[in-house]
Structure formats: structure tokens, C-alpha cells
Design a protein around this ligand. Structure first.
Ligand SMILES: NC(=O)C1=CN([C@@H]2O[C@H](COP(=O)(O)OP(=O)(O)OC[C@H]3O[C@@H](n4cnc5c(N)ncnc54)[C@H](O)[C@@H]3O)[C@@H](O)[C@H]2O)C=CC1
Ligand SMILES: O=C(O)[C@H]1O[C@H](OP(=O)(O)OP(=O)(O)OC[C@H]2O[C@@H](n3ccc(=O)[nH]c3=O)[C@H](O)[C@@H]2O)[C@H](O)[C@@H](O)[C@@H]1O
Length: 427
């Protein structure tokens, strides 16, 4: 099938590459001309394991093309997939400015029958609104069908997740359109859920909100463990073994970040509030996440006997999690901003990113960053940090405190190097 994907970000690029691999002819369009010209020169603008190889193979075989003319892409393809960003507006609601602008382009170019797939995460009711919007813009109803088809991939494992989804959700009551969308994914083994458009939109928000809830729950329980001298890692294993709860997403840490969980929690709260249904539970989920980092900084302060201009802190990790170069709502960046205001020296290292943060000096390696440090904070769970040479770290540090903000390190290896291990919610 011919598919035009609008938006060459994490979701657009991954979906484009996977659909090309499944045998479709894919055009991926972005209004960012520089991004498109880089893509046409074989430069992938994001770090996502496996994406470059897949894109390169299909681009050179002409199954995947990159362009910046949205209207022309709409004219030439039967299926249009919207994968543009839906960031938070000031009040936390999803800002649909990019979606609206894409719909305008679609309206100006649409003349024959199209299926318009909403891949972007959008609030409940957006599909209905998009349909009305296109009709108001003069498009005949019989010329299009808006279908919700939310995305559940995680950054860092996006290709694997897209080939092996837990489920494919298709939101439309139009059976023919549902069949076409389902056929796009032929070759992927997954349960397909065909439901209403608004239900599909809420499945996406509900899933991210539930994941965030699980994380704030375990992070709050980690505080209780800390107060009672118990180990949250053991407690999480014991809880997760109940198959009704599940073991995943119970890793306590300095809080969740990234471009989606924080924004989608806020957007669902805003959508609910707009219908006079305030979500108290999600309010608490966000609050726990917002305060998790402060609790950890206070712990560092306590362990060091004060956090002042005499202290040199090293931080490993800048991205919001490992295996990505994405810095959006990174808790690692937030911890650096907080520490830089108080410590005398802050040195940092990340394998992929070095954002400009006042007071932070970036080093070329993990070991260089710990030179002379009183304490080391692990803010992102990169494998390189987990496998660090702790004897060498101990030699280079001035102090001995290793703060594991992701509970990923091997405590024994650290302690046998003479260092002091401090996890989250661990004695
Ligand atoms: N990043 C992720 O892991 C996931 C994201 N999502 C959702 O997917 C959507 C996209 O997210 P990302 O890929 O992270 O976004 P992104 O910000 O990485 O990329 C969006 C792209 O859309 C382009 N764009 C914006 N307006 C345009 C227009 N009018 N015409 C053409 N191109 C336009 C931008 O230039 C940008 O390259 C969001 O709604 C997000 O919530 C869903 C699942 C996973
Ligand atoms: O809508 C989205 O964009 C995506 O949001 C998340 O994916 P992602 O943001 O890529 O990353 P996650 O793996 O969910 O991690 C989010 C944050 O939670 C943290 N986390 C995750 C798991 C855990 O056990 N503990 C924990 O602190 C991570 O370090 C990270 O900061 C969801 O997991 C995806 O299913 C969803 O498609």
C-alpha cells in the first residue's frame, strides 16, 4: 500500500521504517527541511538502536522516501498517517497546534478517498473534532475516514516494540477502514483490538497514565522502605510476582521523565477536568514524581553531611533513560540543575548527550567525570555505568559515595572497591 507519514520524529521514522520493512511504499514528510535533507543524505536525526540500518536499506531501495511537501504527499498516497508532536500547553492540556496545521494541509490537498490515521497521542474526542474540522474546511465526508491507531513504542527499543507490540489498537466503527488499517500490519503477530475512536484515544492515555501510576506508587513505597530500613528491590520483586500486578515498571528511581509519561498524565487530567471529572489519583501521581528528585537530593545532602560550595559532585547520565539521546523532561538534567546551584563543582558525562546547563562541566568519559569528586550520582541507567570499573572509579574519586538514582548498579562490586553504595529506597 502507499502510505504518507506526516512527521519524521521518533514515531514517524520508526513507523515509516517498519512499514517499509513490511513491504509498503512509504513517504515520510516533515516540514523541517533541514531534517529531510539530512535524512536524504543518510543522516538519522535521532539515536534509536537499529533504526539507521532499517532506514538506510529501504531508502536506498526506494521503498522509503523523505520529502517536505505535505500537500503533495497527501495527494500521492491513499493512507495518511499523522505522527506530529502533541506537546503540553501551558495548562497541561495537549496542544493540537501541529495536528491542526496538518489537517489544514490535508484539507487543501484532499480530492479522492483517503484513510487518515491518527498515530499522534491525542485527547479523547480529537478524532471526532478532526472529522468536523475537515468537513468545515470543505472536504466531503465520503472522501475520508479518520481512524485512531495509537502508538505504544518505547524510545530505545522502538524498532523491537513496533515489530512485537503487545496489541494493535484500531479505533473506528467503519469496518472497511479498520480492515485496511489492520492489513498495514500484516506480518506482525499481535492481538488487534478494534474499538471506537474515542475508546482508542483513551486506551493510549489510560496506558501511559497507568504506567506513570505504577512508577509513582513504587517510588512512594521506596520512601517507606527507606524510613523502615527495608529494600525496595526485594519488596518490588515480591509484589511483582503477583501476576495481577506484574513485575515490569516497578523499578524505583529518581522519577519518570521523557516526552510522554509526564505530558500525557497532564493531558489526561486536563481532558477530564474539562468535563468536570478531576482526576485526584493522577494529581497525586504527578506530585510524587515532582517531589521524588528533591527527596533524593536531600538524601545526598544527608549522606555528605551538607551540600555546599566545598563539594564536588559527578553525575553520570543526561538523557531521560538509557539507549536514547532524548533529553525531553529528563530527570537527569533536572538533578544537575538542582545540584549545580549548590555544589562548588559539577562534572558530568553521558554517552550521547551534553546539554548546556549552567554550572555543569562535561567530561569526555565516565572516569574523567569522577576525578576528584566527593560523590557520584547515577541519573540514567546506561549499561556502560552498570559495567563501570569500580576499582578505577574509587582511585579517581576524592570521596566514596555512589548514589544509584536508578537502582541498577551492582552493590557488591561497588562496596568491594571500598565505595559506599546509596540506592533509592534501600538500606
Ligand atoms: N516519542 C515516543 O516514544 C512516542 C511518542 N508518541 C506520540 O507520537 C507523537 C509524535 O511524537 P514524537 O515522534 O516523539 O515527536 P517529535 O517531536 O520527535 O517529531 C514530530 C515531528 O513532526 C514534525 N511536524 C510538526 N508539525 C508538522 C507539520 N505541520 N507538517 C509536517 N511535519 C510536522 C516536526 O518537525 C517533528 O519532526 C506525539 O503525539 C507523542 O505523544 C507515542 C508513542 C511513543
Ligand atoms: O507514549 C509514549 O511516548 C511512550 O511512553 C513510554 O515510553 P518512553 O517514554 O519511551 O520510556 P519508558 O521506558 O516508559 O520510561 C519512562 C520513564 O520512566 C522511568 N522508569 C521506567 C521503568 C521503571 O521501572 N522505572 C522508571 O523509573 C524511565 O527511566 C524513564 O524516565 C511508554 O512506556 C510507551 O509505552 C509509550 O508508547
Amino acid at each position: 500500500m502507499n502510505i504518507g507519514i506526516i512527521g519524521a520524529g521518533y514515531v514517524g521514522l520508526t513507523t515509516a521504517a517498519v512499514l517499509a520493512e513490511l513491504g509498503h511504499a512509504v513517504s515520510c514528510v516533515d516540514r523541517d527541511e533541514e531534517k529531510i535533507s539530512r535524512l536524504n543524505n543518510g543522516v538519522i536525526p535521532i539515536y534509536e538502536p537499529g533504526l539507521d540500518e532499517l532506514v538506510d536499506r529501504h531508502r536506498t531501495a526506494n521503498r522509503l522516501i523523505f520529502r517536505h511537501d505535505v500537500e503533495e504527499t497527501v495527494r500521492q498516497n491513499d493512507i495518511i498517517m499523522i505522527a506530529v508532536g502533541t506537546p503540553s500547553a501551558i495548562d497541561g492540556a495537549a496542544d493540537l497546534v501541529f495536528v491542526r496545521s496538518v489537517l489544514k494541509s490535508i484539507a487543501s490537498a484532499l480530492s479522492d478517498s483517503k484513510i487518515i490515521i491518527m498515530k499522534s497521542t491525542v485527547p479523547p474526542g480529537t478524532g471526532d473534532w478532526a472529522e468536523s474540522f475537515l468537513i468545515e474546511e470543505g472536504v466531503a465526508k465520503e472522501h475520508f475516514e479518520v481512524v485512531s491507531n495509537p502508538e505504544f513504542l518505547r524510545e530505545g527499543t522502538a524498532i523491537y516494540d513496533t515489530f512485537h507490540p503487545d496489541r494493535i489498537v484500531i479505533g473506528t466503527h467503519n469496518e472497511a477502514a479498520a480492515e485496511v488499517v489492520q492489513s498495514l500490519y500484516a506480518g506482525i503477530e499481535a492481538k488487534t483490538i478494534i474499538t471506537g475512536r474515542t475508546e482508542a484515544e483513551l486506551i493510549k492515555y489510560g496506558s501511559n497514565a497507568f504506567l506513570a501510576t505504577k512508577l509513582s506508587f513504587i517510588n512512594e513505597l521506596a520512601r517507606v522502605c527507606e524510613a523502615y530500613g527495608a529494600d525496595i528491590m526485594d519488596v518490588a520483586i515480591g509484589i511483582g510476582k503477583d501476576s495481577r500486578i506484574g513485575e515490569k515498571f516497578l523499578q524505583a528511581g529518581i522519577g519518570y521523565g521523557g516526552s510522554c509519561l509526564p505530558k500525557d498524565v497532564q493531558a489526561l487530567m486536563a481532558a477530564a477536568a474539562a468535563k468536570n471529572e478531576p482526576l485526584k489519583l493522577l494529581q497525586a501521581v504527578a506530585e510524587v514524581n515532582d517531589t521524588q528528585l528533591g527527596a533524593y537530593v536531600r538524601k545526598l545532602e544527608h549522606v555528605l553531611g551538607g551540600l555546599d560550595e566545598t563539594k564536588h559532585i559527578a553525575v553520570w547520565g543526561a538523557t531521560f533513560k538509557e539507549n536514547t539521546d532524548d533529553l525531553r523532561y529528563s530527570r537527569a538534567v533536572a538533578i544537575m540543575e538542582s545540584l549545580a546551584r549548590r555544589a562548588s563543582t559539577l562534572t558530568a558525562y553521558d554517552p550521547l548527550a551534553a546539554p548546556s546547563i549552567a554550572g555543569v562541566t562535561w567530561k569526555e568519559s565516565a572516569l574523567a567525570a569522577v576525578e576528584g569528586a566527593d560523590a557520584l550520582v547515577i541519573a540514567t541507567g546506561w549499561a556502560e555505568f552498570v559495567q563501570a570499573d569500580w576499582q578505577e572509579v574509587a582511585k579517581r574519586m576524592k570521596g566514596s559515595v555512589v548514589m544509584d538514582g536508578r537502582n541498577v548498579l551492582n552493590r557488591k562490586a561497588i562496596e568491594s572497591a571500598g565505595l559506599r553504595y546509596v540506592g533509592v529506597g534501600r538500606p
